[in-house]
Design a protein around this ligand. Sequence first.
Ligand SMILES: CC(C)(COP(=O)(O)OP(=O)(O)OC[C@H]1O[C@@H](n2cnc3c(N)ncnc32)[C@H](O)[C@@H]1OP(=O)(O)O)[C@@H](O)C(=O)NCCC(=O)NCCS
Length: 191
Amino acid sequence: MSAGVLRLDAEHILRPVRLGDGAALARAYLANREHLAPWEPTRTEAFFSVTSQEQHAQQCVDDATAGRSVRFVIESDDGEIRGRMNINNIVRGAFWSADLGYWVDASRLHRGLASRAVAQIAEHSRAELRLHRLQAATLLHNVGSQRVLLGNGFERIGLAPKYLRIAGEWQDHLLFQRLLEEPLSSRREGP
Ligand SMILES: CC(C)(COP(=O)(O)OP(=O)(O)OC[C@H]1O[C@@H](n2cnc3c(N)ncnc32)[C@H](O)[C@@H]1OP(=O)(O)O)[C@@H](O)C(=O)NCCC(=O)NCCS
């Protein structure tokens, strides 16, 4: 298996977004348009185009190179994209934290894919990125996502009113965090 590729089960891997993913990303977002609409920002028509998704893939590669974020896809063995796992907004200094975001394809829910992928992402964040902490935010009624987080050792740390604009409205979110237990002394100060 090549560098950065993590196996989730017999059929799925987790791998970083790479150049050339635009067409598969566009297919995945189109197939999951209704499934994701209540949980994500409102998307323009252009968002679903290959061109826009290829620009996004380029941005993912640039951000990963700069250490700003590390974004993965869940890929099935037929080469189709079946979900996303994003480590966004990596901040070092006194924080050493990042935001976690994810989704799983509507046809592959309830088989533990998100739970296993979050476990792999947390370990990658600890061991490779040397982060101290991951944080995540869910809508109050997103019970599935809350179960994924709680099952992965995240704890609820608060409620943020009108935290993110989701489905066209500023909506309240529950905030979660997981401390990654990596000793502070091995981390450099500074950016
Ligand atoms: C939330 C989401 C990622 C879960 O993916 P998944 O692969 O089906 O999750 P898992 O199979 O790992 O399920 C983990 C647990 O959550 C439970 N669960 C999953 N979806 C659920 C739902 N809609 N309602 C209640 N429980 C749910 C599972 O039963 C399982 O419970 P267990 O820990 O007791 O076994 C998926 O539903 C999704 O993509 N939703 C839309 C996008 C989204 O909400 N993203 C997160 C934004 S914060």
